[in-house]
Design a protein around this ligand. Structure first.
Ligand code: PXL
Length: 287
């Protein structure tokens, strides 16, 4: 049997509220992939809707960890980054990627910084320019539509969208930022569906994955989506297949939390999808 594939997940640890590493680690592991973690900060909760959260910045620890790993000659099949707290962390991540990436490492960057037309309050107005530099070294970027607009310096418009506009947006993100591929989340064309669009610059391949819309927003869904996308890519799915698996898994997680009436800030019930995750990815791959 071939050895395990290995992903490096670089995110914060939000101790309560299911997002970032507390989502990436269980999901990617459940997909049968070894998950190395690099926590960039430790917070009592994520920053979405909680007051008075603690924030321990771990910027100073990052390079020491990377340098130790370099002495071990570790190989990563993918590097997956999410929430970053400062320009310094963005620069560190670019350096980390250049040191730890091999020729076959897929670099997946989630430019976590905004949602619903607004940059998160803790970031300065020029943060998108910093994140854009990070996107330039990515194989796949996974912005939501607000992040896409900020990265391109455009105004955000709420969904529903026109398919040609979404395709153009994905193409512009690749061309203007330099990323090889884009998976755009929060894409809908009518009031009843929501999902993602994917675009690969090299082939020009554009695909959509849509599911029934659940009329409630939950925190951490972007990280659930990103983690499944990374897991599926590392398991050999195409970009379009990985986006489809990620949409289906995320929507099913949202549906369970909606059914249970869970507080939106507490994250979604991805746990009850973990046992079926490998089967879902393999089913989507077989199509
Ligand atoms: O889910 C993205 C995320 C991750 N980590 C922290 C956050 C957020 C989004 O708000 O606040 C700390």
């Amino acid at each position: 049997m071939a050895g395990l594939k290995r992903v490096l997940a670089v995110h914060d640890v939000s101790c309560f509220g299911k997002c970032s590493l507390t989502v990436a680690l269980p999901i990617i592991s459940a997909a049968g992939i070894e998950t190395t973690v690099l926590p960039t900060a430790v917070l009592s909760t994520h920053t979405g809707g909680f007051e008075g959260f603690t924030y321990r910045d771990l910027t100073e620890d990052v390079m020491g960890i990377v340098e130790h790993w370099q002495t071990l000659g570790l190989h990563f099949d993918a590097i997956y980054s999410g929430f970053l707290g400062s320009f310094e962390q963005i620069d560190l991540l670019i350096e980390l990627i250049s040191r730890l990436k091999s020729s076959d490492t897929q670099v997946i960057v989630d430019p976590v910084m905004a949602d619903h037309g607004e940059l998160y309050g803790l970031f300065p107005a020029d943060f998108p320019q910093g994140i854009a530099r990070l996107c330039a070294v990515a194989d796949v970027i996974i912005p939501n539509t607000t992040e896409a607009a900020l990265l391109l310096g455009r105004d955000w418009t709420p969904p529903p969208y026109d398919e040609a506009v979404v395709r153009g947006l994905c193409q512009d993100l690749c061309e203007e930022l330099g990323a090889a591929a884009t998976v755009l989340t929060g894409v809908s064309f009518d009031e009843e569906h929501l999902g993602a669009a994917s675009f690969e610059a090299s082939s020009g391949r554009f695909a959509l994955a849509q599911e029934a819309l659940i009329p409630e927003m939950y925190h951490g869904t972007g990280d659930v989506f990103g983690s499944v996308l990374v897991a599926a890519l590392v398991r050999g799915a195409t970009l379009a297949q990985a986006a489809e698996a990620a949409v289906r898994f995320t929507v099913a997680s949202i549906a369970r939390s909606y059914e249970a009436g869970t507080d939106n800030r507490y994250g979604v019930d991805f746990e009850n999808g973990l046992a079926g995750l490998v089967a879902l990815i393999e089913e989507v791959k077989a199509r």
